[in-house]
Ligand binder design. Structure first.
Ligand code: URA
Length: 455
C-alpha cells in the first residue's frame, strides 16, 4: 500500500517500463552494439506515443540506430511496434486492400493515376498520403489544388468512400502510428533522418497501420530523388521489401529513374492537369509506363492477376477504356471536389496569373536535369513549403519540360513557368535554364524502370 501522503500515480513511470525495460538501457545497448529485443522496442514505441520517452531519449535512440543499425529482426520489430503504437485499420471489403508508396520525386503524380486504375481492376485503395517533403511535392498538396477537395476525412467517411468508390486518398489521422509522428519530428532536428532502418520503420509503420493486404514501392533513384545513387536506392528498396514482408504484408518494389521529373509538369495544379489529360486521352509517357508497371506489381501481389505483366495489361485496359477517368471523377466528387471534374477540369483547376514560355539561350541535347534545383524552384515560386504549416500556391509550377536526350533549339520553348507575377516568372525562367545542362553530343535517355525487388 502507498502511504496516504503519496499522490496517486500511473505506471509505468517516466524512466522505466515493465519487466525492467527502460529507455536508458535500450539506448546504452544500442550504443554498445546490442540491438534491443522486440519487447523493448514495443515498449519504446509506446513510450514515444505516450510521452513516457523524452525528446532527449528519442534523439539519442535515433542517433544510436543511425550509427549502429538495428539489424533485420530489429527493423521489423521497430516497424511493428510503431505500427501498433496507434490505431491499425482492418478492412472487410469484397476485394483486397492495396496501396503504392513512392519514396518521393519530381513530377511524381503516379498516385492520382494509379488509384482509380486499380479500383477499376477490382481491388480497393485506402491511400493515406503525405504532403511535400524537402524538394519533392506531396500527393495531398496536389489534390488540394482541386476546389473543394478535402483530404482530412474522419475514419467513417474514409471507410465509406473506399467501399463505395474503390479508392480514397486522404491525410493520416492523429491516431495512425503516433510513435512515428513523434520520432520523425525529433529526427528532423537531430541529424538522424538518413538511416535506412529509421526511414523503413517510419514509412512502413504508417502504411501497415492502413491494414493493407499488398503494397508496392516505387523507390526513386537519381538527381531528383532522396537517394541519388542506385546503390542507396537499392539498399532502401531491399530493406522496405524485406521488412514489409517480415511484418506480414505482401510487398515488392520497383527502382525507377528520377534523373528527370516523371511528368513534364512540376507543381500542384499543373500535375493534376497532366493526370487529367492522361486519363482523358491516354498516350504513352514515362508517367503512364511507371504507373502501369506499379499497378501490375500490386495486382499480382494481391492475387488479382496471375503475373505483374497480366496485371499491367488489365491496368492499361482500365486506363485506355476511359473507365479510370470516370472512377477518378467519382472519387473526387466523394471527397468534396466538383461533380463534373472529368469533363470540366480545365475550368476548375486554378491558373497562375503569369504563364511564360522559356526560350533557350543555346542549343543542344538535354544531358542533365538538376531535379533538386527544379524542386526548390517550385517551392520558391510558392508551390511548396519552406516551413511546416505554410500555405502553398497551387497555381504555380513548370510545364512542358524537356526530357533527357531531347533536342533544345533556338526559338522553341524549353518549358513554361507558371508564376504569381512577372518578376518571379523572369527569375524562374533563368533558374529553369540553369537547371538544364545541354550537350553538343547525342545523349541516351536513361532506363526508366531500373530494377525489380521481390521478396
Ligand atoms: N517518409 C517518411 O514517412 N519517413 C521517413 O523517414 C522518410 C520519408
Amino acid at each position: 500500500m502507498w502511504p496516504s501522503f503519496f499522490p496517486a500515480r500511473s505506471f509505468p513511470p517516466i524512466w522505466s517500463g515493465a519487466d525492467g525495460v527502460d529507455a536508458r538501457s535500450i539506448i546504452i545497448g544500442l550504443r554498445d552494439g546490442t540491438p534491443p529485443s522486440a519487447e523493448a522496442l514495443a515498449w519504446f514505441a509506446r513510450g514515444l506515443a505516450s510521452g513516457a520517452v523524452s525528446d532527449a531519449q528519442a534523439g539519442a535512440f535515433a542517433m544510436a540506430v543511425c550509427l549502429n543499425g538495428l539489424g533485420e529482426a530489429g527493423r521489423v520489430a521497430l516497424t511493428e511496434a510503431m505500427r501498433d503504437s496507434g490505431e491499425v485499420l482492418r478492412w472487410d471489403l469484397p476485394g483486397p486492400a492495396v496501396d503504392k508508396h513512392s519514396t518521393g520525386g519530381l513530377g511524381d503524380c503516379v498516385s492520382l493515376l494509379l488509384a482509380p486504375i486499380l479500383a477499376e481492376c477490382g481491388v480497393y485503395v485506402p491511400m493515406i498520403s503525405g504532403r511535400g517533403l524537402g524538394h519533392t511535392g506531396g500527393t495531398l498538396d496536389k489534390l488540394e489544388a482541386i476546389p473543394g477537395f478535402r483530404v482530412d476525412q474522419d475514419e467513417a467517411a474514409f471507410r465509406r468512400i473506399v467501399r463505395a468508390e474503390g479508392a480514397a486518398i486522404v491525410a493520416a489521422s492523429a491516431d495512425l502510428a503516433p510513435a512515428d509522428r513523434r520520432l520523425y519530428a525529433v529526427r528532423d532536428v537531430s541529424g538522424t533522418v538518413e538511416s535506412i532502418d529509421l526511414i523503413t520503420a517510419s514509412i512502413l509503420s504508417k502504411k501497415l497501420a492502413a491494414g493493407l493486404g499488398a503494397l508496392v514501392f516505387d523507390v526513386k533513384a537519381g538527381s531528383g530523388a532522396f537517394m541519388a545513387t542506385e546503390e542507396d536506392a537499392l539498399a532502401l528498396a531491399e530493406a522496405l521489401v524485406a521488412t514489409a514482408n517480415g511484418a506480414g504484408c505482401k510487398t515488392s518494389a520497383l527502382l525507377t529513374d528520377m534523373d528527370q521529373p516523371l511528368s513534364r509538369n512540376v507543381g500542384n495544379a499543373v500535375e493534376v492537369a497532366d493526370v487529367m489529360a492522361t486519363l482523358s486521352d491516354p498516350r504513352p509517357s514515362r508517367l503512364v509506363e511507371v504507373t502501369l508497371a506499379l499497378c501490375g506489381e500490386v495486382l499480382a501481389l494481391s492475387g488479382s492477376a496471375a503475373t505483374p505483366e497480366d496485371g499491367a495489361v488489365a491496368a492499361r485496359d482500365a486506363l485506355v477504356s476511359g473507365r479510370a477517368l470516370v472512377r477518378f471523377g467519382r472519387m473526387v466528387s466523394a471527397l468534396g471536389g466538383p461533380s463534373d471534374f472529368p469533363e470540366r477540369w480545365r475550368y476548375h483547376l486554378p491558373e497562375a496569373p503569369v504563364i511564360e514560355e522559356v526560350l533557350p539561350e543555346e542549343e543542344g541535347t538535354v544531358a542533365a536535369i538538376d531535379g533538386r534545383a527544379l524542386g526548390m524552384l517550385v517551392i520558391e515560386m510558392g508551390g511548396g513549403r519552406v516551413k511546416g504549416g505554410e500555405r502553398i500556391d497551387p497555381r504555380v509550377g513548370l510545364t512542358g519540360l524537356p526530357a533527357l536526350g531531347e533536342p533544345v533549339m533556338h526559338g522553341v520553348p524549353m518549358g513554361r513557368v507558371h508564376a504569381a507575377d512577372e518578376d518571379i516568372a523572369a527569375r524562374a525562367a533563368a533558374a529553369l535554364r540553369a537547371a538544364i545542362t545541354l550537350s553538343p553530343e547525342p545523349v541516351a535517355a536513361p532506363e526508366l524502370i531500373r530494377r525489380r525487388v521481390a521478396p
